[in-house]
Design a protein. Sequence first.
Length: 315
Amino acid sequence: MLGLFVCASFAYIPVIHLVGRNVTSAAVLSPAVVALNSHSLAEVAWRKSKPAHLVGHNNQPNDACRAYPGRRVVLVTANEPYMSVFSNWLTHAAAFLQPTDQLVVAAESETVVEKLRNMSTRGPRAFEVSFQKDLKYRSPLRGKTVYKSPIWASVVTHRPAQILKYVEQGCQVFYSDIDAVWVKPVLAAVDKYDGMDMLVADDRGVKAKGMSTYLCTCLLYFQPTEASKRFLRDWMHGCKGQKSDQSVFNRVIRNRTNINFAVLDQDRFPSGNILKRSGFPGKLRGAHNFYVLHANYLVGISNKIKYLRKWGVWR
């Protein structure tokens, strides 16, 4: 894998679906600035800190980020059962992370904190470990971490709070599931989507026209705007007592019309179900246009590992 790059040509910008204050239909988004409505004084200051044509181009250093000045936060989560999955994700993603990207791993148990810190010192990319003691955790050693199990539910419903922690500190935050393996420069691709409060993946099992009604919380990009903060708070409060964060996310986004967001195109960011239907190409040879290979729509770690091996991206 090669390092992160920003393509000089914008010809490949895909058709995306926008919902928000100003745009309600499908459109081709150019690198030009999308007009936005009212913002807080802090947000205006954040936007004015960049040349107009770079607002939303998040490979640029973010001086407004109080947690990590001059950096963008790339956030993932991990617990004991998923340490091997995280290690695999890190091996691939490290090639695409720039010095201005601050990788943060949100530990999903207190017992995994030290293990993650040790991995940071000897892995392909150093990272910070975060553990929010105010969240309620379930021990990953007392049950299975599978879809909709109590441990799984505990992990995924922490997601909005973990993202909000950094957005409230003025940071741009890109969140990625660790079973979504990066095989091309993901961050360079999402930086082309300009002027959005939020970017989100499409989780539909088939490619279809029109606005998706089933968005995926597996890949998320938030700007430190007031609209993002309000959305994250609503999502966080809605997750209390729930078994899934994604159903709440989709409900909140249907009820909100004051956030500008874009849906990542499935030609480059396909759901796991679309990947399964595309067949297994064996060792990757650059013949496809996928930027992420996501092992969702699969239950259990062993099934995810087997699937990623078939794609040749398990190390």
